[in-house]
Design a protein around this ligand. Sequence first.
Ligand SMILES: [Zn+2]
Length: 329
Amino acid sequence: MGLSNLKSKFMTRNDCYTAGRKIVPKGIMVHSTATPGVMAADWFSRWNKSYKAGEINRQVCVHAFLDDKEVWQYLPWNHRGWHTGGDANNTHIGFEICEPGGFSYSGGSTMVGYDVKKNEAYFRAAWKNAVELCVYLCKLYSLTEKDILSHAEGNKKGIASNHSDVGHWFPKHGESMDTFRAAVKKALESKDSPNVEEDFNAGDIVEIKAPATRYYPGGPTIPNWVKGAYHLITQTEFNGKSVIKGGKACVLLGKKISKEKWDDSPGIMTWVDKDLLAIISKGVEAEPEPKGDQKYYRVQVGAFSKKENAEALMARLKQSGFDAYMKYD
Ligand SMILES: [Zn+2]
């Protein structure tokens, strides 16, 4: 299960995306946009552009933007981002907190006309989303609050460029990176914090790690085109049992998802050793739905452009005992 308000859409036109370099996330860097009033969803069209093609004047991309309502993931978490102007790009997942409107900047990082009282509700909601995103990423990559830095702190450590975010903003609301880390620590220790399953789920999008040669020990050889695409996990079990092949627990990879266009087409439909897979996106959207005093989680397993593909998956879900239904957007 992921964050209830996390959505993914990758900036496939951005040169950072097409550069396609990978990282093993060792930390998280917190930024804020210094662009008053531009919200998380708005950054997609602003930054899903190619510098090489002259469409944008900056070579920049971050993993996610968030505001008081939404969290938008724009790069796979294990993709090397261009957000720090320093070595932290090789190690850190970067996200931007969008700043509210109604003020301006002077002298680089001085907020002019920033109404603390008016912006308090926005700040608290965005702060909460930032804490929850950090908790989610810490669980996903076995990190702790100590692995979280702001851009300005990264600069002091010599791994990021000379920016002042978020130290120019948080103190206006009585907060700092230390109180932010304390909030993440508290949430990580809380029993109520959302559980990020390290295991794979149907609906997750994965890729096969570069060194892999066979789908599982003694199994078929993996063709190159398979490694050139992402894949949707279609099933994690068969008849209620985990599937072991060549001594390894496997999941079924179904639809192929193009890295370039992020669209889907029929895929390999092959069981693959879980140890060979890296998560690209926890594609499952789940939201608690109050019904009486019981909570339900509704799970979306993939989005499809072709109706027959959706129907085929639905048939399989029903076979596996799920109460499946289809929804059109
Ligand atoms: Zn920054």
